[in-house]
Design a protein around this ligand. Structure first.
Ligand code: NAP
Length: 264
C-alpha cells in the first residue's frame, strides 16, 4: 500500500517536474514592428515570450504589457545582438534565473536599414547593418543551440530575412548582403541540426508597414506590389507562428516569401 503511495507520489513529483519545464520563445528586436507582432502571436500560441530590444525600453515594456493584458507571460531582455559579450552575459544570466526552462523557439528578427548608394556608403553604414543581422544571428543562435541540441533535442529557429536578400535592391547593398548571407546561413544550419529535430527557416518579407519603412514613399512603392499595398506585421507574425508550430515539423532550410506577389 505504502509502495503504491510512494510510486504515485513520485509520479506526481515527476509530472510536476515535467510541467515545471517551460518552453520559451525569444524574439530579438521584439520591442516594435514585426518583432512585437511576433511576440504577441507566439504568446497567444501559449509561449512565455522573451522580448529582446536594444535601446527602446519603453516600447519593449509596452510589448510585455500588451501580452500580460491578454493573459500571456512575457519579460523584456535588453541586449545588443551584435555584441558577443552582451549576448553571452544576458542569456547566461537568464538561464541562471530559469534553471529548468529553455528557449525552444528563437526568432532572429532584429535588423536595421542604413540605405545609401554604394559609392557614398560609409564604413559604419556597411558594418552596422551587416553586423546587426549577421553577427546578431550568429551570437544568439550559437548560444541557444548549445542547449537546444544536446539536452533538449528540439527547437525552431526562424530568421527574418527580406525580399532585398533574394532580389537585391538598389541603395541597399549592405542590407541585401546581410539578408542574403542570413539566407545562406539558414540553409547551412538547417542541415547541421536537422537530425536533432531543430528546424531552421527564413521568412522574406517585402514592404511591411512599420517604423523601418516610415520614411519611404508608400504611394509610389505600393504601385510596384501586385497586391497594391504594404503587408502588415501581423501577417508576417502569422507565418512565423506557423513555422514555430507542430504543423511545420518537416519544413526546414526554406525561405518563405511574404510580399504581396512582388517577387515570384
Ligand atoms: P523596426 O520597426 O525598425 O524594429 C526594429 C527592431 O529591432 C526594434 O525592436 C529594435 O530595438 C531592434 N533592434 C535593432 N537593432 C538591434 C540590436 N543591435 N540588438 C537588439 N535589437 C535590435 O523594424 P521592423 O520593420 O519591425 O523589422 C524587423 C525585421 O524585419 C528586421 O530584421 C528587418 O530587416 C526585417 N524586414 C522588415 C521589412 C519591412 O518592410 N519593415 C521588410 C523585410 C524585412 P529598439 O526598439 O530597442 O530600437
Amino acid at each position: 500500500m505504502s509502495n503504491f503511495a510512494e510510486i504515485s507520489d513520485s509520479r506526481l513529483l515527476l509530472s510536476h517536474i515535467f510541467i515545471a519545464v517551460m518552453k520559451y520563445a525569444l524574439v530579438t528586436g521584439g520591442s516594435r514592428g514585426i518583432g512585437r507582432a511576433i511576440c504577441l502571436k507566439l504568446a497567444s500560441d501559449g509561449y512565455p515570450v522573451i522580448v529582446n530590444y536594444k535601446s527602446n525600453a519603453e516600447e519593449a515594456s509596452r510589448t510585455v504589457n500588451m501580452i500580460r493584458e491578454k493573459g500571456g507571460e512575457a519579460e523584456a531582455l535588453q541586449f545588443d545582438v551584435k555584441n558577443a559579450a552582451e549576448v553571452e552575459a544576458c542569456l547566461t544570466d537568464w538561464e541562471n534565473r530559469h534553471p529548468d526552462d529553455y528557449v525552444s523557439v528563437l526568432v532572429n528578427n532584429a535588423g536595421i536599414r542604413h540605405d545609401n548608394v554604394m559609392f557614398m556608403m560609409s564604413d559604419d553604414e556597411w558594418h552596422s547593418v551587416i553586423d546587426t543581422t549577421l553577427d546578431g544571428f550568429f551570437y544568439v543562435t550559437r548560444f541557444l543551440l548549445r542547449h537546444m541540441m544536446p539536452r533538449r533535442r528540439q527547437g525552431r529557429i526562424i530568421n527574418v530575412a527580406s525580399l532585398s536578400g533574394l532580389k537585391g535592391l538598389p541603395g541597399q547593398a549592405n542590407y541585401s548582403a546581410a539578408k542574403a548571407a542570413l539566407i545562406g546561413a539558414t540553409k547551412a544550419l538547417a542541415q547541421e541540426v536537422a537530425a536533432r529535430d531543430v528546424t531552421v527557416n527564413a521568412v522574406a518579407p517585402g514592404f511591411i508597414d512599420t517604423d523601418m519603412t516610415r520614411d519611404l514613399n508608400h504611394d509610389e512603392l505600393k504601385e510596384l506590389v501586385p497586391m497594391k499595398r504594404f503587408g502588415t506585421a501581423d501577417e508576417v507574425a502569422a507565418l512565423v507562428s506557423f513555422l514555430a508550430g507542430d504543423s511545420a515539423a518537416y519544413i526546414t532550410g526554406e525561405v518563405i516569401s511574404i510580399n504581396g506577389g512582388l517577387y515570384t
